[in-house]
Design a protein around this ligand. Structure first.
Ligand SMILES: O=C(O)[C@@H](COP(=O)(O)O)OP(=O)(O)O
Length: 253
């Protein structure tokens, strides 16, 4: 089938917690200075590819919101409608939130950390009330405006993340694409892997091997039934994408 629509996605720039190599999830870490620079670079890639948008989607978390703000300003579209939803938040990293990924691997073994980071359906242990960041997450007004405290997850796997991401794609994003709107989605590693899995109909085995780099935009061309026409394409050369993916994959090894 011929391509009819295009949807563009970007993982946020490096956050302060990516920089310190901490499990972040629903903790609202800010962009690092490098992350901000990456957001500018991301905007440049979008501009050079001649991409413009009608509507944008992001999570409730600052690192994604601030990346999107930089991109919109830099591509000269600062007033586009922006939809924010908890459904696009990063997966909740449970009790691992705030712990260093390398130190966690030294304590529990690289294999266990890999299971927590990349297995399809094994979530990390849930965050408990005495956890250092429990209160910052369950009392974050950004979340409590949309969710009751009980609805805020205590941990999530890719599988459970997908269960909240897919309805957002089906009910909000897909109808906009069908109306011919050019959609930009700026969000997180795992929520994007969820979208990629759904849009590309990837198997559980294949998706767990995908590591999305910070701030390199990628897109899908879609046919009239929103089936992908061709593979996921990054707006950077193959070597850069390979290097950046490897960086993400090797965290905690
Ligand atoms: O929550 C986190 O620590 C990272 C993902 O980490 P990994 O699953 O790659 O370890 O999420 P993001 O920086 O995309 O918001």
């Amino acid at each position: 089938m011929a391509p009819r629509y295009r949807v563009v996605m970007v993982r946020h720039g490096e956050s302060e917690w990516n920089l310190q190599n901490l499990f972040c999830g629903w903790y609202d870490a800010k962009l690092s200075d490098i992350g901000r620079e990456e957001a500018y670079a991301s905007a440049k890639m979008l501009q050079e590819a001649g991409l413009e948008f009608d509507v944008c989607h992001t999570s409730l978390l600052s690192r994604a919101n601030d990346t999107l703000d930089v991109i919109l300003r830099e591509i000269g579209q600062p007033n586009l409608p922006v939809y924010k939803s908890w459904r696009l938040n990063e997966r909740h990293y449970g009790a691992l939130t705030g712990f260093n990924k390398l130190q966690t691997a030294q304590k529990y073994g690289a294999e266990q950390v890999q299971i927590w980071r990349r297995s399809y359906d094994i979530p990390p242990p849930p965050i408990e009330e005495d956890h250092k960041y429990y209160s910052a997450i369950v009392n974050n007004p950004k979340f409590t405006q949309e969710l009751s405290k009980d609805e805020i997850p205590r941990t999530e796997s890719l599988k459970t993340t997908l269960q909240r991401v897919i309805p957002y794609w089906e009910d909000v994003i897909a109808p906009q694409i069908r109306q011919g709107k050019r959609v930009l989605i700026v969000t997180h590693g795992t929520s994007l892997r969820g979208l990629v899995k759904h849009v590309q109909q990837m198997s559980d085995e294949v998706i767990v091997k995908l590591n999305l780099p910070n701030a390199i935009p990628f897109y899908y061309d879609l046919d009239e039934n929103l089936q992908t026409v061709g593979p996921l394409r990054f707006l950077a050369d193959e070597e850069t994408v390979r290097r950046e993916m490897e960086k993400v994959a090797s965290i905690g090894k």
